[in-house]
Design a protein around this ligand. Structure first.
Ligand code: GLU
Length: 432
């Protein structure tokens, strides 16, 4: 992750994309200062007793970017490349994402620098519970609400929510979203990130009058979001021709890949300690093997980066053949790549395309607080409503100002944030 960045800090690079949009919003200098700085940053040492008796102290973070629109919200990532700089940039993106879809949350993110595939299930549980003990005062249903992110899942959210409840000696399901349904999780949270992107792609295809059955798609990343988007599009007749995961990829020029059967083969090898898949899409023997990078350069109509950040860089941006890029990962394109591609391709940016996950997290929080649970149909209907509204808002602004969708999404989100800053009053009268 960090090594793939072209230069400098990930946080500063992420903000470059926002700075580019500033020409199109009337943001005061004061407002800009508020939006640029994280509100609070927490770094913790997390002692964990390992299975062999050793004590290991992991490093974890939680960053609140700001709470202008509501309590801060964002996932927790377990990855060996997690740094404070990365978590700060992801918290900033969460603020923008929540503002784009219009849900009442600010932005946050958390993470632990760890390769979770090297932990046993018991170590993973001890680490997850210890992280909650370390950040307990920093989170809460009206303060900051964590959720899953890369290499964390509903089982881990269940452990975390349980730990929080044990410490507080009461049940507060709204403190964490993405929980198992049996602990107050929402129906439809599992495929929400992909489904949100799917509703947007469908809307885009309708608007551009595209023949969906003729569209070819490549997906980089076959984790939760990548698998579900491939499955949803495949079911609608889109031709999935390329897929990859961290171990490599597969490509079929004239055929179509069936995501369900590929997932079955991937899972066939079993899971590490029952949490992470050991198999890879490369275990599918009948297709051409390509690398995880090559999947980005396939001759397809739609490219879906659904892995991690900084995959499309100044180095490979010129090799991308897809005309539409739908960013399901957070920050998959560097500012250099974005500048190069901005006027050549259509990019549906991360802060719009992958906002379905946090939107259903919002529904989960609402259900937990109301003690009233929704049907899957209701979740899908409301998710579609939020995604289509955000898509229409962003595309209208892009058309009006003749700008690309990322710039428009940042300008659209900044407008909402600015209205909140203004509504809270100013500090003008302190000026002489
Ligand atoms: N980790 C997801 C994201 O990056 C979901 C966050 C949430 O549900 O709070 O959008």
């Amino acid at each position: 992750m960090a090594k793939a960045i072209e230069s400098g800090s990930i946080f500063e690079n992420t903000k470059k994309l926002f700075h580019h949009a500033l020409k199109h919003v009337k943001l005061s200098e004061d407002a800009l200062k508020i939006l640029e700085k994280p509100k609070s940053v927490l770094e913790v040492g997390i002692p964990v007793r390992m299975d062999d008796g050793r004590l290991e102290v992991f490093t974890g973070y939680r960053v609140h970017h700001n709470d202008l629109l509501g309590p801060t919200k964002g996932g927790i990532r377990y990855h060996p490349a997690v740094t404070l700089d990365e978590i700060k940039s992801l918290a900033f993106l969460m603020m923008m994402k929540c503002a784009v879809v219009g849900i009442p949350f600010g932005g946050a993110k958390g993470g632990i620098t760890v390769d979770p595939k090297h932990l046993s299930r018991k170590e993973l549980e001890r680490l997850s519970r210890a992280y909650i003990r370390a950040i307990y005062e920093f989170i809460g249903p009206d303060v900051d609400i964590p959720a899953p992110d890369v290499y964390t899942n509903e089982m881990i959210m269940g452990w975390m929510a349980d730990e929080y409840n044990k410490i507080s000696r009461k049940l507060t399901p709204a403190v964490i979203t993405g929980k198992p349904v049996s602990l107050g999780g929402s129906l439809g949270r599992d495929d929400a990130t992909a489904r949100g992107a799917y509703y947007i792609l469908k809307e885009y295809a309708k608007k551009k009058k595209l023949d969906e059955k003729k569209l070819t798609v490549a997906v980089q990343g076959f984790g939760n979001a990548g698998f579900h988007i491939a499955k949803l599009l495949h079911a609608d007749g889109y031709r999935i021709v390329g897929l990859s995961d961290s171990q490599g990829g597969i490509y079929t020029k004239n055929g179509r890949l069936d995501p369900d059967s590929i997932m079955k083969v991937k899972q066939h090898k079993g899971k590490l300690e029952g949490v992470y898949c050991v198999g890879t899409v490369c275990d599918i023997i009948d297709h051409k093997k390509i690398s995880n990078e090559e999947v980005l350069e396939l001759p397809v109509d739609i490219l879906i980066p659904a892995a991690i950040e900084n995959q499309i860089t100044g180095r490979n941006a010129g090799k991308i053949k897809a005309t539409l890029i739908c960013e399901i990962a957070n920050g998959p394109a560097t500012p250099e790549a974005d500048e190069f591609l901005r006027n050549k391709k259509t990019i549906i940016p991360d802060i719009l395309a992958n906002a379905g996950g946090v939107t259903v997290s919002y529904f989960e929080w609402v259900q937990n607080r109301a003690g009233n649970y929704w049907t899957l149909e209701r979740v899908h209907k409301k998710l579609k409503e939020f995604m289509v509204n955000a898509f229409n808002g962003v595309t209208s602004l892009a058309e009006e100002k003749k700008i690309d969708l990322r710039t428009a999404a940042y300008a659209y989100a900044s407008g909402r944030l600015l209205r909140a800053i203004e509504a809270k009053g100013t500090t003008e009268y302190f000026r002489e």
